[in-house]
Design a protein around this ligand. Structure first.
Ligand code: APR
Length: 175
């Protein structure tokens, strides 16, 4: 089963890479971003601060990814991505969210890694409606994984059973 949902704290997962739902500065924040930085320790912030800015205050534009070690986390790496802020659906939110998932898998492969866990990107502070986000996420992951699977294992790590039910429903009905 190359893709599954769990209810868990992503900072506790022992996988090759966990994905962080960050903001463009990559200097930490609340939600899962805050949890990952707390668990990884100050070395993570130092590694993020060392990443080049593509614009003032921007180290990772929306939809793109940056990778760092996991430091004190059980995960070997953190793939930081920035999801879209929900503005009603007419501002390329779905396209940008899709890119977060696709680019994370592409970066995983580039590093020869095999197991990855995603939080519900943009479904918290950024206000993306979870059912719509789940549909976009799973379609992107299925398309990117393709038939070869390449042995890649994807965990959709939700922070509540309610959110897990949303992602599991989307997984069960994704054709
Ligand atoms: N493990 C797994 N999931 C978590 C955890 C955790 N430890 N903590 C929170 N979550 C869940 C939230 O419940 C939500 O479903 O992650 C999902 C994403 O919510 P946010 O963390 O708010 O991320 P997002 O909506 O993408 O907003 C990103 O919030 O923290 C700031 O710096 C971050 O500005 C950025 C914005």
């Amino acid at each position: 089963m190359p893709m599954k949902t769990v209810t868990a704290d992503i900072t506790e997962l022992r996988v090759d890479a966990i994905v962080n739902a960050a903001n463009p500065s990559l200097l930490g924040g609340g939600g899962v971003d805050g949890a990952i930085h707390r668990a990884a320790g100050p070395a993570l912030l130092a590694a993020c601060r060392a990443l080049p800015e593509s614009a003032p205050g921007v180290r990772c534009p929306t939809g793109e990814v940056r990778i760092t070690p996991g430091f004190a986390l059980p995960a070997r790496y953190v793939i930081h991505t920035v999801g879209p802020v929900w503005h009603g659906g007419g501002h390329d939110e779905a396209l940008l969210l899709e890119r977060c998932y696709r680019h994370s898998l592409q970066r995983l492969r580039e590093h020869g890694l095999r197991t990855i866990a995603f939080p519900a990107i943009s479904c918290g502070v950024y206000g993306y409606p979870p059912a719509q986000a789940a549909t976009v996420a799973i379609a992107a992951l299925r398309d990117e994984l393709g038939d070869d699977l390449g042995g890649i294992e994807v965990t959709l790590c939700c922070f509540s059973d309610a959110m897990r039910e949303v992602f599991q429903h989307a997984l069960d009905h994704s054709g």
